[in-house]
Design a protein around this ligand. Sequence first.
Ligand code: ZN
Ligand code: ZN
Length: 253
Amino acid sequence: MTFGANILSKGATGPEVAELQLRLAGFRGTLWDGEFGPGTELQVITFQRDYLKMENPSGIVDEATYQGLDRFAQEFPIDFAKLQCSNCQCQGFGQNRFQNEFLSGKAQIEAFHKREYPGIHKAVLHTFRAIRFYTRGADLGEALVTSGYRCWIKNEEKGRTTTNHLGKALDFDFPMNAGDDKRDDCQRCDAVRGLLVEKSNCQIGWGANNLKALEPSNIAPTWIHLDVRCYEPKYLADKYFVKTAEELDRKEI
Ligand SMILES: [Zn+2]
Ligand SMILES: [Zn+2]
């Protein structure tokens, strides 16, 4: 099946819809469940209004909207070299170890799941694209990836026990402007978190299930951490994790 082959609108179902929901993860964002309901329509309308600058967004994914999605992907490319586990013998994205293994003494929930997922989750990457678009528009500067994949080899080296960066998370930051101090940096990160909540339907903290999460400012004062650890296992299936730009934007689904 080819993403882009069919016009999609409310009531459509299937893998093309799930792919659409992922590509628009940063434009409001809904579950990638393959059901084109009101949440998906809002994603499409938001993309059409904000990125395509349509005066009367249709909520229908037609040829022009597909072309807009391609343009959006090209304008905000993802550099996978920056996402890889750095200088690591895992070759970049872990070794697919520890499925259904959890940190000892902890609850068997995703936050403690030791799995080395096979790549970075598409929803994280597409949301990162959208926030680059929105921060550019808000004059907040160009977001840069500061941390992507960190496998257990790296975690053990650094004495870390967090499972977040095993494919479910991304950290990014913004270059300081001349004359900025740490307080300016913190304020900017707060402003970007605000945008991620407003534009991309993220939550601060991990209170709700099936919602993209941001570390609060007391944990991440001078950077942004975005993750998908609150999702049910079916939304963290292997097919949603990618290791290359080609895989991320592949039309064959
Ligand atoms: Zn590694
Ligand atoms: Zn992080």
